[in-house]
Write a protein that binds this ligand. Structure first.
Ligand code: ZN
Length: 264
């Protein structure tokens, strides 16, 4: 095996992370109370936050449901290191061939950050293989997010044992997901439920981070801790590692001579 010396430089890590922020972008146009919180859309609020936190280390673009191919063209996906996904009322309007292409890119190494009600998106359910359903309630409850993996890059910079959101929609267990590879945050809600709020998964070469907060009726994506977790998630999900071989390969020619084996 030969190693290209240029691959050893840290140059790759110094290239800007190419982030695409995808948003269904429906509530912000149809509900005045949501528009008041996100006048230009959740995607623009997230985009501003990511740029503010990461500066020159990131190149952000946005895409929304109503654009051709939902904005997720082959060219854009090829040039995306990490895709974030927010959707709620229009999961079934996302075209299956777009879902297929996003899934393929994840298998090839593109990071995927799935936010809040994105748990029910086609792409998340397809990648995880379960219903991804849960209990929910909208009752202005306090949410306390406990840090259960302080060693994880996604919790970097958070202070204390937990952080809180004063008003949130409740999501409760059972959350029908496969056992996460890593669990970094668990939420407790005022009404008594708990929820696995920060979960990581790997599919193919791609890293997936599910992060619960983000109900559109609350200013949750303006919260400093929430932004920090999302930004950390993006940095964690950047493609890394070795060359990926995602298809079966028949290798008729042995690499080394194979000795005669005695049978019986
Ligand atoms: Zn919600």
């Amino acid at each position: 095996m030969t190693i290209d010396p240029s691959a050893w430089t840290l140059g790759a890590a110094m290239n800007p992370i190419r982030v695409t922020i995808w948003n269904e972008f429906i509530h912000e146009k149809s509900k005045p109370e949501v528009q008041a919180i996100y006048p230009q859309g959740i995607h623009v609020a997230l985009s501003d936050a990511v740029e503010r936190h990461l500066g020159d280390a990131v190149e952000v673009c946005t895409a929304t449901l109503d654009e051709p191919q939902h904005g997720l063209t082959d060219e854009l996906l090829e040039g995306t290191d990490v895709l974030t996904w927010w959707g709620h009322v229009a999961h079934d309007r996302v075209e299956d061939d777009v879902v297929q292409r996003v899934q393929q890119r994840v298998l090839e190494g593109m990071g995927l950050i799935v936010l809040h009600s994105g748990h029910a998106s086609k792409i998340f359910r397809r990648l995880l293989g379960t219903s991804c359903m849960l209990r929910w309630r909208e009752a202005d409850e306090r949410e306390r997010l406990w840090i259960v993996d302080p060693s994880h890059p996604i919790t970097e910079g958070l202070q204390g044992d937990y952080f809180e959101l004063p008003r949130a929609e409740m999501y409760g267990e059972f959350f029908d997901i496969p056992a996460p590879d890593e669990l970094v945050l668990i939420s407790w809600f005022e009404g008594g439920e708990v929820f696995r709020s920060g979960c990581t998964f790997r599919r193919g070469k791609g890293k997936i981070f599910y992060f619960r907060p983000g109900h559109e009726a609350y200013p949750i994506y303006h919260d400093e801790n929430v932004q920090r977790v999302i930004v950390n998630g993006i940095r964690w999900a950047v493609p890394s590692g070795a060359e990926y071989f995602g298809t079966g390969r028949n290798i008729p020619q042995a690499l080394s001579p194979i000795g005669k084996k005695r049978r019986g």
